[in-house]
Design a protein around this ligand. Sequence first.
Ligand SMILES: CC(=O)SCCNC(=O)CCNC(=O)[C@H](O)C(C)(C)COP(=O)(O)OP(=O)(O)OC[C@H]1O[C@@H](n2cnc3c(N)ncnc32)[C@H](O)[C@@H]1OP(=O)(O)O
Ligand SMILES: CC(C)C(=O)C(=O)O
Length: 516
Amino acid sequence: MRKIYLFDTTLRDGEQSPGVNLNTKEKLEIAHQLERLGIDRMEAGFPAASPGDLAAVNAVAKAVKNATVVGLARSRVQDIDAAYEALKDAEDPCLHLFLASSPIHRQHKLRMTKEQMLEAAEAAIKYAGKYFTKIQFSPEDAGRTELDFLCQVTDMAIKAGATVVNIPDTVGYLYPAEFGNIFKTLKEQVPGIEKIQLSAHCHDDLGMATANALAAVLNGADQVEGTINGIGERAGNTALEEVAMSLETRQDFFQAKSTMVLSEIARSSRLVSKLTGMVVPGNKAIVGANAFAHESGIHQDGMLKEKTTYEIMSPETIGLKESKLVLGKHSGRHAFREKLIDLGYELSDEQLNIAFSKFKDLADKKKEVSDEDIRAFIEEKIVDTQEIFSLQTIYVTYGNEATPTAKVRIVTHEGDVLEQEAEGNGSVDAIYNAIDKATGEEVVLSDYSIKSVTHGKDAQGEVHVVMSQDEVAVQGRGVSTDILEASARAYVDALNRLIEKRQLNNGSRRDKIGLV
Ligand SMILES: CC(=O)SCCNC(=O)CCNC(=O)[C@H](O)C(C)(C)COP(=O)(O)OP(=O)(O)OC[C@H]1O[C@@H](n2cnc3c(N)ncnc32)[C@H](O)[C@@H]1OP(=O)(O)O
Ligand SMILES: CC(C)C(=O)C(=O)O
């Protein structure tokens, strides 16, 4: 197996993400985590950018013992001097020099001819050779550079003393076959190429940063550059966790490996996200919240039977506890039953069917059904199988200048339909008056409270009521994504408990119910 060196530039190119600014303490925290992650080389910053960055690179250079610490510099004396100042205390320092080689950059940005570019880069590499034994040279925008000129640049860099030549697809322009071909060509055509390491630095403008880096590996690259979570200038860089997991998962194909400590991936991702403020998208490969989550019934059933049906990697490998089966509107009975068992509910098949249809109703209203949601409706509905009254529909008319009215339809356990309409001093009061009229019950409501049991905009509201009749007091509870529905359910629940109690004491008073 060939070893692929990992060069992390979270602290340099990653920090170039708009809005990201890491202070020395934060850079040190990430640097230490990168050491735990087993990164070979880490680019700590661009010392000539500011005194603050010079100090931060210096702090990382002093602190890091298990990786090469790299500083970036333009091909200018003052940048190289600043980098030397920053890296002089490192155990294993490396200078990263760059100068653009593409026609667009030569003509418009540097205003240099090919010859001037070659001369300036050569002079810089030679000057840096006085201070550094490890020098990486990058022809910026190599991806859009004439291939024969890129061979010339690489040849010059090797002869001037570079130890690594890094090929950047600076603007994420190339396709994997094209990028791979650059490495193949350099390997075939540049004399002495075997004396140095070749490296790939890709950007994700067309979503191909990882694919391009892996194409480079297949064509002889020794090193891949990237960042944690793929952060970086514009659309970002190759995500190193994607490269390491690709090499691990498809060893059969790549015949190469990295020494990344895979179980530190999740922790590294969380730390970088926290300190940079860059949220990891849920669907991000490897480290997104959904990368090991399954929502649909058929997938969940497959996962419960054999995980490899829908997972090519295991979450434990990257330091996560386990895969998640997320309950939502696409979930099926297998996953639902498993969740109930996890939550400590053992239901009969009949109860499971009732609960499953309740769950589907709720899932139609909510994006994701949480454990609290399930507990709420299981405790509300399954425990209470004896329903004298069940609420079928409510309609409420409300306007701040009109009297609220409510119309309810209730079905009794014998199948009778009770429908009534009433006014009230508020929507809830109107609902309760309509239920009283429909059921014929005379009760005193002594308490009403409402709270949210789940989170977010589609949270479920839980209503508690306390009512009494002839000195018998009961509580009722109702849960719904709609607070008026939760209020109605709590009231009907309390009525059912009241009647149950009364039946136990006195026998049935169904004669009082006003049927429609
Ligand atoms: C592809 C990459 O990611 S490269 C790294 C990009 N990162 C950064 O730029 C972050 C740090 N940069 C900075 O803080 C500033 O740009 C500095 C301190 C480096 C330079 O600032 P300034 O001196 O004000 O120059 P400014 O950034 O406006 O312009 C860049 C100059 O460097 C030149 N330049 C660009 N790249 C190189 C290079 N590799 N070698 C030599 N000169 C270069 C430009 O042609 C331009 O020169 P000019 O002033 O003669 O026209
Ligand atoms: C400095 C170089 C390697 C760079 O960041 C790029 O070209 O994207």
